[in-house]
Design a binder for this molecule. Structure first.
Ligand code: AMP
Ligand code: ZN
Length: 138
């Protein structure tokens, strides 16, 4: 399924150009136009899903299998020291394009990438209650 006026549906279909490093029937992998680091790329399903809340498990499994191959390809060519996988869902989480996408961001000493949060302190009673309530949905 595709969504009208979705930028990544158009990129997926090749209607808007992208620097694609890999595609198959289900996915396209292309370089981010405003890279956080050298080699920053995005994996998108060709089907439209707004967020992870809509993505089905089979597509997610295939997408992550592909991510392992892309990650190894980037590492082999770019000699990066590490890699962040980032996946934003919702405006609050920093999502700007509402077509599911996974960022692969190679990391290098001295780069300017910033994927950080302030560590909090767990309330163990609350964690146990959440483990039960959230776990019951899985
Ligand atoms: P997010 O903030 O997680 O929704 O990420 C959206 C990403 O899409 C950003 O990193 C943008 O730089 C990238 N982006 C937006 N338009 C294009 C485009 N036409 N080609 C490649 N990347 C794009
Ligand atoms: Zn779309």
């Amino acid at each position: 399924m595709r969504k009208d006026d979705c930028l990544f549906c158009k990129i997926a279909a090749g209607e808007i150009p992208s620097t694609t490093l890999y595609e198959n029937d289900d996915f396209r992998v292309f370089f981010d136009i405003n890279p956080a680091s050298r080699g920053h790329c995005l994996i998108i399903p060709k089907q439209h899903y707004d967020t992870i809340f809509d993505l089905d498990g089979t597509s997610a499994a295939s997408l992550f299998t592909l991510a392992t191959k892309v990650a190894r390809g980037l590492k082999a060519e770019l000699n990066c020291e590490g890699m962040n996988l980032v996946q934003n869902n919702g405006t609050i989480a920093g999502q700007t394009v509402f077509h599911f996408h996974l960022h692969l961001i190679p990391r290098y000493t001295g780069d300017t990438v910033n994927v950080q949060w302030q560590p909090g302190e767990a309330d163990m009673d609350e964690l146990k209650a959440l483990a039960e309530s959230v776990g019951s949905h899985i």
